[in-house]
Design a protein around this ligand. Structure first.
Ligand SMILES: NC(=O)c1ccc[n+]([C@@H]2O[C@H](COP(=O)([O-])OP(=O)(O)OC[C@H]3O[C@@H](n4cnc5c(N)ncnc54)[C@H](OP(=O)(O)O)[C@@H]3O)[C@@H](O)[C@H]2O)c1
Length: 241
């Protein structure tokens, strides 16, 4: 069986990616933080299409929790190889740096940046040994450009972009690719509080993107056809640049 782990797969982009990779034949490990009902809906949507997966909740920001969950899963799946990791779990806690509560800085960095390290490190060794693997990190326009009110989020996503480029060079010889996908405004719970009518005027395509559009890009990067693409950051933002 081919396994793919998608963090934050309960809702939004992660759910769309999970469904899309399941269609490609992967058994999906559906990670989420606390919204069990949403994660169960992701699993149900996968099963409705005749594919399969399982729930694997943990907090990506908590290294011990990640290690415990990965170890427990491995104990019950001793021969399984997770050949795809989509580091998608992420949060925003926007505010001007001047007034930003310490907790908002650290929580965003721990989830978006440290989470990448917490998950990728324990699963990387198998990829190197088997000389095969795909790591896709969901970053953001904010991490490329820096957006006011998002110093924490821009820093975390910018950090993941740099780590993507560095790790790609470390593992390329072992046929493991590491890429980042940088969405602009995508219609999910994360952007539900934004004023879409005003913001769409700043987007050349004139609309927010859909999670499924991001999922199609991730699916291509995971596919065999993308073997020679690594260390890249691919924007999907309706032409905002
Ligand atoms: N939407 C956009 O416009 C946009 C733009 C650029 C980048 N992105 C990035 O795309 C990714 C997905 O965003 P989205 O819009 O789909 O978000 P979303 O709809 O808010 O969903 C976030 C998902 O991440 C999970 N999650 C959050 N914190 C977690 C943690 N500490 N450990 C494990 N899972 C956690 C949530 O779990 P629960 O359901 O249990 O809460 C949920 O499944 C994020 O990295 C985000 O930064 C989004």
């Amino acid at each position: 069986m081919k396994y793919a782990l998608v963090t934050g797969a309960g809702r939004g982009i992660g759910r769309a990616v999970a469904i899309r990779l399941a269609e490609m034949g992967y058994h999906i490990l559906i990670n989420y933080l606390s919204n069990v009902a949403a994660a169960e809906q992701t699993l149900a949507a996968i099963r409705e299409r005749g594919d399969d997966g399982e729930l694997l909740p943990f907090d990506v920001a908590d290294k011990r929790a990640v290690d415990a969950a990965v170890d427990a899963w491995r104990a019950t799946h001793p021969d399984a190889f997770v050949e795809v990791i989509v580091n998608n779990a992420g949060i925003r806690r926007d505010g001007l740096l001047m007034w930003m509560p310490e907790e908002d800085w650290y929580r965003v960095v721990r989830t978006n940046l440290d989470g990448f390290f917490h998950i990728t490190q324990p699963l990387l060794k198998d990829m190197l040994v088997r000389k095969s693997g795909r790591i896709v990190n969901i970053v953001s326009l904010s991490g490329l450009k820096g957006l006011p009110g998002q110093a924490n989020y821009s820093a975390a996503k910018g950090g993941v972009i740099a780590a993507t480029k560095a790790l790609a060079q470390e593992v390329a010889k072992k046929c493991v690719t590491v890429n980042a996908v940088a969405p602009g405004f995508i219609r999910t719970d994360m952007t539900a509080d934004l004023d879409e009518a005003t913001l769409r005027k700043t987007i050349p395509a004139g609309r927010f993107g859909e999670a499924e559009e991001v999922a199609d890009l991730v699916a291509f990067l995971v596919s065999e056809r993308a073997s020679y693409i690594t260390g890249e950051v691919i924007s999907i933002n309706g032409g905002i640049f």
